[in-house]
Ligand binder design. Structure first.
Ligand code: G6P
Length: 592
């Protein structure tokens, strides 16, 4: 989280910085700020809250500078405030920097600086970095960065301007993403390519421990004091963000794009009714896999849970799932021939990256963003090619992840001859029909819209279901709480009677998923809720409040989630919330 940008141009950098920050807002919106060099001074503007506040603050300001840095903050150390907003400035006002990451040893460094009578205006770890640079700086920024990299513990992507090097922006990277973009008469630094989509498609990803500088015509990258030869790569324009056209929010647009994401993955991997994974390295290890460990956070963890079900049901491979932030601290009994599957839309989630040192077997990423930090550390990747997902709440990437998990499960089961030829073909045929069935759900959204009008006034919602239905409840519940701020919980319907039922009364709504073959059991649980005056909205293939098309039992997660995503969207619309940027969240969580 936090987005950083820098630009050395031949004309004013104001629009580039502001437009770039607009694109980076998904990484945090607690505050934003810019610094630039003009008339021999570093000038800084900062605002608390969303970028619009900074835009308003700077809208009448004429910036004649061709060098500047910018930042969107997702607060970690220190509350969202002007003092804690980036850029952070040295006490002599000659150095300004923006930072994405967390400095773990900032208190130790701060103690050293306090011993030197350095004063601090805020509470952030980042302010400590700029003050430390000021302390060690002897006129050569590259020397300072080399030293800094040895002193700092944690993660950092830094863009820094020095008043006595007014034509350059310096950078240092470890753990957090940073890239250089090359325009015609400008060179850029940024956390991602999307922020620079209007300016260039030539990018160079900076590696950990690399540092250097950019100017408007050149750049240099170093590692451990040595110059590194690097080249720009042309980036696939598909990854470029599209503008909203007919949609009211990115969440809405992305829900509608899910069917295309699934179709694209299927089309690229199914030929003549056969799954074709021949281009993937995972092929070489599939025959030896004895167990599978799936890791993810948030929605990607929910995909992992469904993946476990698929691999155990179809492939008979013992599988386990871990929330990535828990995995390093869980006593795990290591097994041989493990396939690790790391699931992440962004490929930048720090909790997943922190698992890497523990994974000593084949690592497969199911990732949307190419060249993301995680993807570069995998033995192989399934890239979703879902295009950029802007809404903080994930929808199309979640469905893309599931599609790959289904394909892999069916592929392994067939390869190991665990399923009949007929069943293999029927699974493929049914999977191919899913995009059309999702379209039917999207076309038939009025009942969901009507229900959102009711649920918007409730403070507590439960999602119940059994087995695969329950796994979808987890994701549906997360979607609802993320974007509507309604408290919600997913409960396996059979578990309700073991405690949670004590909360049921007329003020609680329960959403019941009834697609699994255990639906009759859930129906009994609905009766128990209704007997206690609780209200229920059911989703099934027939005879429910909202009917979805039918499919094979194993594929219901691909269909059931869609009305739940729509419900969250419409409820947030009804409540007039900021749908794409829910409070306190960030799309890419690069801190543990
Ligand atoms: C954040 C987002 C969630 C997302 C999770 C994992 O918390 O708000 O929507 O599911 O990160 O992100 P990843 O990029 O690893 O899938």
């Amino acid at each position: 989280m936090c987005g950083i940008i820098g630009c050395c141009a031949s004309s004013s950098i104001k629009d580039i910085l502001i437009n770039g920050l607009e694109r980076l807002e998904y990484r945090g919106y607690d505050s934003s700020g810019i610094s630039y060099i003009e008339n021999g001074k570093i000038i800084t503007y900062k605002s608390v809250g969303k970028l619009i506040n900074l835009k308003n603050k700077t809208k009448d300001i004429n910036i004649n500078s061709s060098i500047g840095i910018g930042h969107n903050r997702w607060a970690t150390h220190g509350e969202p405030s002007l003092n804690n907003a980036h850029p952070h400035i040295s006490n002599n006002k000659k150095i300004s920097l923006v930072h994405n990451g967390i400095i773990e040893n900032y208190l130790e460094i701060k103690d050293i600086l306090l011993g030197q009578n350095t004063s601090f205006y805020g509470k952030t770890d980042t302010e400590v970095i700029v003050k430390y640079i000021e302390y060690i700086y002897k006129g050569n920024p590259l020397d300072s960065l080399l030293t800094l990299n040895k002193v700092l513990k944690g993660t950092y992507a830094l863009c820094i301007i020095f008043l006595d090097h007014p034509n350059k922006i310096f950078f240092l990277k470890k753990g957090s993403p940073l890239l250089i973009g090359k325009g015609k008469e400008e060179i850029y630094l940024s956390s991602d390519i999307f922020s620079l989509q209007n300016y260039t498609n030539l990018f160079l990803y900076i590696k950990d421990n690399q540092y250097g500088y950019i100017s408007n015509s050149t750049y240099q990258v170093f590692e451990d004091g040595n110059y590194i030869n690097t080249n720009f790569e042309k980036y696939d324009s598909k990854q470029i963000v599209e503008k909203l056209t007919t949609y009211n929010s990115y969440l809405e647009k992305e829900i509608y794009e899910s069917k295309d994401v699934i179709k694209n993955i299927i089309t690229k991997h199914i030929n003549d009714s056969k799954i074709d994974f021949s281009k993937y390295k995972i092929n070489k290890v599939i025959d030896n896999i004895e167990n599978i460990v799936l890791l993810g956070c948030g929605s990607s963890y929910h995909s992992a849970l469904i993946g476990k079900y698929i691999f155990e049901d179809l492939c008979k491979i013992p599988s386990s799932t871990y929330i990535a932030s828990e995995f390093p601290y869980t006593p795990i009994i290591k097994k041989t021939n493990t396939l690790y599957i790391l699931i992440s839309q962004s490929g930048e989630t720090a909790d997943l990256i922190s698992c890497l040192p523990l994974l000593d077997d084949f690592k497969l990423g199911i990732i949307n963003v190419k060249n993301s930090s995680l993807s570069l550390k995998m033995d192989d990747n399934f890239f979703l090619e879902a295009g950029s997902e802007i809404s903080v709440a994930t929808t199309k990437a979640y469905l893309g992840q599931l599609t790959f998990l289904y394909l892999l499960g069916i592929y392994i089961a067939n390869k190991k001859q665990l399923i009949s030829k007929e069943y293999y073909l029927s699974l493929i045929q049914e999977l191919e029909s899913i995009p059309n069935k999702i379209k039917q759900i999207l076309d038939n959204h009025q009942e969901i819209k009507d229900f959102s009008n009711i649920i918007k006034d409730y403070k507590n919602v439960f999602f119940i279901g059994r087995n695969l239905d329950y796994l979808t409840c987890l994701e549906g519940s997360l979607k609802l709480k993320e974007v509507t701020y309604i408290h919600s919980e997913a409960i396996p319907s059979g578990e309700l009677k073991h405690g949670t039922i004590s909360l049921i009364d007329q003020d609680v709504y329960t959403i019941a998923l009834l697609s699994s073959n255990l639906r009759n059991k859930t129906k009994s649980n609905i009766k128990e809720i209704e007997s206690r005056k609780g209200k229920v909205f059911s989703i099934s293939t027939n005879d429910s409040n909202y009917n979805i098309p039918s499919t094979l039992e194993i594929f219901y997660p691909l269909l059931q989630i869609v009305p739940l995503q729509l419900l969250s969207l419409y409820t947030a619309e009804n409540k007039k919330l900021d749908i794409d940027k829910p409070r306190n969240l960030a799309k890419s969580v690069t801190v543990e």
